[in-house]
Design a protein around this ligand. Sequence first.
Ligand code: FMN
Ligand code: SF4
Length: 420
Amino acid sequence: MSMKEPVLLKRVGKMKNPASVEEYRQLGGFSAIQKAIEIGKDQILNEVDTANLRGRGGAAYPAGRKWRQLFAIEEGPKYIVCNADEGEPGTFKDKVLLAEDPLSVIEGMLVAGYLFDSPEGFIYIRGEYRAIQKVFQEAIDNACAAGLLGTDILGVKGFDYTIAVVSGAGAYVCGENSALLNSVEGKAGRPRVKPPHLAEVGLYSQPTLVNNVETFACIPVILNIGGQAFLEMGTEDGGGTKLVCLSGHIKNRGTYEVPLGTPLADLLYSEEYGGGTSSGRPVKFLHLGGQSGPLAFPEQLDGLYSYQGLADKGLAVGSGAIVVLDDSVSLVEYSKKVLEFFVHESCGKCTPCRIGTTRALELLDDFASDKAKAEDIDNLDTMLANINGLSACGLGQAAGVAVRTAIKHRKEEFSSAARG
Ligand SMILES: Cc1cc2nc3c(=O)[nH]c(=O)nc-3n(C[C@H](O)[C@H](O)[C@H](O)COP(=O)(O)O)c2cc1C
Ligand code: SF4
């Protein structure tokens, strides 16, 4: 399956000034919010449901379900938050939308603002994306000047809504939705205990919607083409296209818009996408969905790039990152790098994550320095399983995923690094 006509990246590279409301309008922009107002709130929810849009931030939670949960809550005000932290290593797709089509993200947030009668939306943009923050602010200012943000938007009495840019603080954990809200509130960016869920007690303790940049950018597409057409662009278990980031030992690195359901091997080897390894050496493994995701080995690459297709192989779409590693890479060394990342990024709130990742890294160091014993492979696996099972948030719960898949599929590489 190939991507003949992109729907998410269709304006990218086509505007002189991506923050210009006029140019965005000329390329079909702001027709979705108009349509949303015409069809009404129940129909907006129906379209998002029909589209089977799975959250693009990593957890793949159905957006329609999340929106209905918030809609059912009677108390307010409700806040809309866009997660633009993009801290997942190997992931650089949100920045394309933020920098090159920011008004599509604003339009998605505007639809949510209308649906939930929200007074204010917030976008939490990764601190390192300083130049992008400026572009996004300019797009907000232009939307305000054009009457698309502010009061009585598009002539609808009482449709009063603004969007504020908040700069991220440079910590991976701040991408976790509750840590992000704490950070927006000016508190330390540490995850909250859940429940209560953010739909009930979110930003400033109010009901809150948190969605990823790409998820919001899909909303105008869904309203413009219809939920059913969006669904049919992908697969039953997840509609639409997905932005995929190819990096590592791959010839054509970059961000691609890919219909969900494309063969995974096409993403790696076809000239339209990856074009094979940059070195010409064989693929040894992939790291899918960011550091929190599993490793995939050549015998697992014959399926489809879809939520279910990957799940059937024990894999995951996650954020859309695909890091390709050729056979020059040592799995033990790679595993060390992954754990170093988690040791560095653990917020320290809970013991299994704070201490456990450090102990697991020490054990991996033993494999790398010829000090490990054969039984240490199982010790390492058990330690990582415990960290995953006992940690309070998604960071600790995913810290061991990649290394455990390495042990599961290539135990012999760890055995040959062990002494006896
Ligand atoms: C440690 C950690 C980091 C995360 N980083 C991000 C991120 O950078 N961007 C993002 O959209 N979601 C991130 N998430 C997922 C969010 O918690 C949340 O599921 C997401 O923003 C919901 O939006 P979606 O349903 O549209 O995917 C992260 C989760 C964890 C546990
Ligand atoms: S699992 Fe790790 S990152 Fe998450 S709250 Fe616990 S210590 Fe912090």
